[in-house]
Every structure is written in structure tokens, then in C-alpha cells.
Design a protein around this ligand. Structure first.
Ligand code: BES
Ligand code: MN
Length: 443
């Protein structure tokens, strides 16, 4: 029954970045609204300039905590499609694991919260808190229109605390509380050369090759030992605290695990930091895509007229997307050879987030985690991934977020064969119930 619902949810190809999928994204929002209404919540679709927001609430009563649960129903593109064992939008259960795009990120996790609420309503007729569900369709493209939506619906969205399951667990069965996220800043660059592709024999040597120029430019982003070489990049970076380094070093999550999950031949990163410190507490510059020139079979002696790269930077407190992109753009312009043109286009940004894991709500969330995963200590971590709206919640609504993720290290989010174990789905349904109970107890 629970699985049937999740499978229906997963069948929508709600890829937010793809204009051809706009209809599928909207249908997915409608489906979600119907499910929320069906369990007795007051649910509505709110169109935005981008994809719709789905809001739902129970009847709010004075004297109770108000909890907002956030999630997203949009997903990343399914490619490379050929590398999937089963089709990305035809969910399949194999050995207790659900395979589909969005299984973990974030449909399985947000639906677990909805079903937890449904269970409580079925058993008790009411919830222990005032509840708001805010489920958006643009998380995977930077939550572009959500900040304006928050500002516009500020009074309706007033709450004491926000809860989100869209982060990871350090290992199967280990309850994990995330108190920090990296931010993100995106940028595309295009290196422009001659007005058209040229014969590389006739003109090669006298006209600068844009692909070569791009390679030189990208090579200036890092030092050979893995530091980002952009002037000022680390200026605002808050150093890791001693207790974090100490406690992360004891987590059941080591380099062996990262090597085996990723299949990388070796690990590599900034000198002076462990892998977890590099992932959770240090900023990065990444090339996400690079192109230009002949990509077909065989050779083609061409001097391409342009080359491009897509970059994102992962940020940590107290870096901001705008400041980082200013620094990056200035650096790239200064480093770009005079014999080519350079076009820089800024993309989406999201601020990094950090909160106190020992706040009253933090402690309540950790009690809820222990109840949902009995007999295990809670791992306190930061995450390398970004959820762009989380720090905006803090800025616009003035509210902290509890990050209670259910994703496993090998969930393959964003990749082929994304998956979510049924056990995590069921644990998530239970976690929602223990969480609302524990948060109610803080009132
Ligand atoms: N759920 C992830 C973020 C995440 C992943 C947090 C793993 C912690 C661990 C989220 O859906 C996501 O992928 N966000 C994007 C945001 C970006 C596209 C603006 C990300 O981090 O790349
Ligand atoms: Mn994602």
C-alpha cells in the first residue's frame, strides 16, 4: 500500500530543469496535493513563475508547536539512461531496494513524512502539533522562485521549527542529525574564438584554439595539491571546530567506504584535511561539464569556434554565493588569454547553513531519531550537498531547520540506478511520528 503510493509518485518524470517536462512536473504537484487532501489536510497548489509549490496544513490551534516540513517533488535528469538496470521512471523493487529517479532524492523521503502524518491521523484522529507541509518543484534548480514565495506567504508560514529529510545517513541503520550544509554558486563560461569552425591545418598555429584556452583557464582554478587557487576564495571560510574534527574522526565512515562506493581509483583533496572534513567543512570548485569541438567517432581536424564549461562552487560558512562569484569572475577574466573572448554567465546560488545541534529542537530531533533507530548513537554531521532554501528559511522566516536525512551513501542520487531501501522508507514513516511527538513535548 505504502509502496504502491511511492511507485505512483516515482512514475512522474518531474525533471525541473527540462522545459519539455513542465507538464509532468505540474501533474506531479497535483498528485501530491490530492494525496495531502486525502489524508485530511487542507492542501493547495500555488503557481509560481516557475514550478508550483504545494502547501498543506492541519487545523492550527493555540498552545501547540508549529512545525513546517519541507521537501521537493522535482528530480534531477535521468541521464545517462543507458546505465540504468531498470527504467528511471518505472520504479522496480529488487532485494528490498526501490530503484527509480527520485527514490531517495527526495520523493521517498518526503512521502515517508506524509505517510507518517497519515498514520498518526488514522490512529489518533489528530496530530500533536500544528503542521505545515511545503513541498516545492524547483529544489534541483536552485529554488529560484521560493524565496519570493516565502516573503509573500510569510505570515501563513510562521512556525517554530522546520524539519527536512533530504540529507544522508553516515551508514545503514545509523541515525544521523545534520547541522550544516554546504552552499552552492553556479557559473557557465564560454570561450569564443574564430567566427566559425576552422580547418586546423590551414589556421591551426595562427589562431588560438578555444578548447585549449578553456583548458588553460580551468587549470588555474586549483593548485596541483587540491587547493582552490582563486585569490580571496578562502577569506571568509570559517575554520572547523576542534569538537567537529574530533567527533567526525570517530564516525563509522572511512576512506575505504568512500573508495568502494565511488569506485574512484584513489581519493584526492585539499592537503591537511581528512576526507570528511574536505566534504563537509571545506569549499570546492568543480567542473560539472566541459565541451566544444568534435565529439563524434574518429578524428576531425577542426579548430572549434568555441568551448564551454559549467562550474559550481560548494561553499561553507561564511562564504556567500555573490561574493564567491565576484571573485571567480574577476579571476577568470584576468586569467583569460587575450586571443579569445570570454563570456561568463552566472547561475543559481544557495547559501551555506550551520546551526547548533544541541538546541532544544535539535535535542528533540535526536530523541526522535533514537526512537526510530533504536540502540544506536546519533551521528552529528555536516553535509557536502546543498539545499539552497535552508538558510533562506533562517533569513526570511527566522527559523532553524532540523535535517534528518535517510539517504544512504550508495543511494546514487543524481546518478544512474538511484535507490532507496524499503527499510529506510519505513523508518522514515516512523521517524515522522516520533519527531512530531518529541517536538510537541518542547511546548
Ligand atoms: N538532497 C540533496 C542535497 C544533499 C545531498 C544534501 C546529499 C546532503 C547530502 C538535494 O536535493 C540536492 O541535490 N541539491 C542540489 C542543489 C543544487 C542543484 C542547487 C545539490 O546539492 O547539488
Ligand atoms: Mn538532489
Amino acid at each position: 500500500m505504502h509502496l504502491d503510493l511511492l511507485f505512483d509518485f516515482l512514475r512522474f518524470p518531474s525533471v525541473s530543469t527540462d522545459p519539455a517536462r513542465k507538464g509532468a512536473v505540474a501533474s506531479c504537484a497535483d498528485w501530491l496535493r490530492s494525496r495531502l487532501a486525502e489524508i485530511g489536510l487542507d492542501a493547495a497548489i500555488h503557481p509560481t513563475e516557475g514550478h508550483p509549490v504545494v502547501l498543506a496544513r492541519n487545523e492550527h490551534r493555540p498552545g501547540r508547536r508549529t512545525v513546517l516540513i519541507y521537501g521537493h517533488y522535482d528530480v534531477q535528469p535521468e541521464d545517462p539512461v543507458a546505465e540504468w538496470t531498470s527504467k528511471p521512471f518505472e520504479p522496480e523493487l529488487r532485494n528490498g531496494v526501490i530503484y527509480a529517479r527520485g527514490a531517495t532524492d527526495n520523493k521517498g523521503q518526503i512521502l515517508a513524512h506524509i505517510l507518517g502524518v497519515a498514520e498518526t491521523l488514522k490512529a489518533k484522529g489528530e496530530l500533536p502539533v500544528n503542521l505545515i507541509f511545503l513541498i516545492e518543484g524547483e529544489e534541483e534548480i536552485g529554488s529560484t522562485h521560493l524565496e519570493a514565495f516565502l516573503a509573500e506567504h510569510k505570515s501563513e508560514l510562521q512556525c517554530d521549527v522546520i524539519a527536512v529529510s533530504d540529507t544522508g545517513m553516515v551508514a545503514p541503520g545509523v541515525p544521523t542529525f545534520t547541522y550544516g550544509l554546504r552552499g552552492i554558486a553556479a557559473l557557465e563560461l564560454r570561450v569564443a574564438g574564430p567566427k566559425t569552425d576552422l580547418h586546423s591545418g590551414i589556421y591551426g598555429g595562427a589562431v588560438m584554439n578555444p578548447a585549449t584556452a578553456l583548458a588553460r583557464l580551468l587549470a588555474t582554478l586549483h593548485t596541483a595539491d587540491g587547493q582552490v587557487a582563486i585569490p580571496g576564495f578562502y577569506e571568509k571560510v570559517r575554520p572547523l571546530e576542534a569538537w567537529e574534527r574530533e567527533s567526525w574522526s570517530k564516525l563509522p565512515c572511512d576512506d575505504e567506504m568512500i573508495l568502494s562506493v565511488t569506485g574512484a581509483p584513489a581519493l584526492f583533496g585539499e592537503a591537511g584535511y581528512t576526507s570528511l572534513e574536505r566534504l563537509w567543512g571545506r569549499p570546492t570548485a568543480e567542473v560539472n561539464g566541459i565541451g566544444g569541438g568534435f565529439q563524434g567517432v574518429g578524428t576531425k581536424t577542426v579548430l572549434p569556434r568555441e568551448a564551454f564549461a559549467k562550474l559550481t562552487f560548494r561553499l561553507v560558512p561564511d562564504q556567500t554565493p555573490d561574493e564567491v562569484l565576484d571573485g571567480v569572475s574577476a579571476h577568470l577574466r584576468a586569467a583569460s588569454p587575450a586571443a579569445v573572448g570570454l563570456e561568463i554567465q552566472r547561475g543559481h546560488g544557495g547559501e551555506p547553513y550551520i546551526t547548533d545541534p544541541h538546541s532544544e529542537f535539535g535535542k528533540a530531533a535526536q530523541r526522535a531519531l533514537v526512537r526510530a533507530f533504536p540502540g544506536k548513537d546519533v551521528a552529528l554531521i555536516r553535509e557536502g550537498g546543498s539545499i539552497p532554501i535552508i538558510n533562506t528559511f533562517k533569513r526570511v522566516l527566522g527559523v532553524d531547520t532540523l535535517l534528518l536525512g535517510l539517504a544512504l551513501p550508495d543511494c546514487a542520487a543524481h546518478g544512474p540506478n538511484e535507490n532507496f531501501p524499503v527499510a529506510n522508507f519505513e523508518a522514515g514513516i516512523l521517524l515522522n511520528q516520533t519527531l512530531l511527538e518529541e517536538l510537541a513535548r518542547t511546548a
